[in-house]
Design a protein around this ligand. Sequence first.
Ligand code: GLA
Length: 387
Amino acid sequence: MPEISDLRDAFTSRFGTHPRLIVRAPGRVNLIGEHTDYNEGFVLPIAIDRATFVAGRARADQTLRVYSENFGEEDSFNLATIERSSTHPWSNYVRGVVKGLLARDLPIVGADLLIESDVPLGAGLSSSASLEVAVGYAMQLLNNVNLLGEELALLAQGAENSFVGMQCGIMDQFMAALGRAGHALLLDCRDLSYQLIPIPPDVRVVVCDSGVRHTLVGSEYNERRAACHEAVRLLKARLPKISALRDVSPEQLQANADLLPPAILPRARHVVTEIRRTLQAAEALEHGELAAFGALMDASHASLRDDYEVSVPEIDALVELAQALPGCYGSRITGGGFGGSTVSLVQVSAVEQFATQLAAGYKARVGREARVLICTPSEGVSRAAAY
Ligand code: GLA
């Protein structure tokens, strides 16, 4: 984690004056409920103890200067003319959020911002959502604007949809804004109501970053989303009341499978079965039925691999290795897919050995280094310092 005093000093030496505040917004890992959020279904993520930090100070003019410690680059733009940047792609998350605040007619002035994140980039842990929410919250505090956590999450999601071009759902931004220490959230992505489910003290959530990154994530993701939309359109011929795959049960899908072309049916099957698994998993977790929870994670992976086709061989290898290790209840790909990370639920007494053996097994089988993170369920966005 970056030291708060280092962030303050870095800000001071770059901008010639100290910041007024530092905020942090976490990344997230989803335990189960993948590719269900944009189908108005349920997800079960935790916010993690990795975060994006933003140090900031308001300016008297309309200029926004922003420095990224991770990229070692500075960008600056005028609030009156916010366009997409082709030279600093990371800055589009900042630009999109600021543009979103202005589009809501909020009284925003310019600012100097310094950003540093320890959420691994491209690992499926929502580094972009944590950046969007941290910037939105910093701008909110610097301008004395009051937004609810839900509003901030929606604004951040809107920035990514329209400014970055990734048609993501609400899960990541919602967790960056409203995650809760010690808990997973069973989030209903239709109405944004949620239930807090404590993570039992005798298990750990273990993330393993495969190191594999696919460049076409955005377009593949948008394509999956379009397939779900098409499935709803076709199913409406016999199920006129549905408005999302959330409204279709696995049994209804099976009974109406003839309406869907072979390329679309498995996509819809993943979504409707995953929504059911997520509800069952939340109930299992609440009752401490960890073996049942783990079996649902394993089934989720198989569905994402075979029906939704968002896994890659390196991730499948990690999941198989994890599932065979002592103390592991279940393991699956997490996040959007096409590379990224796996998530496993592991007995606390076995976790150190699990981490070592998983990394060693991956190296032996795939020839790559895996990065293992033992995650603590953490709070959503907050102020880390004020001066
Ligand atoms: C990405 C998106 C989320 C969600 C997941 C898949 O992380 O940003 O909205 O759709 O993929 O569950």
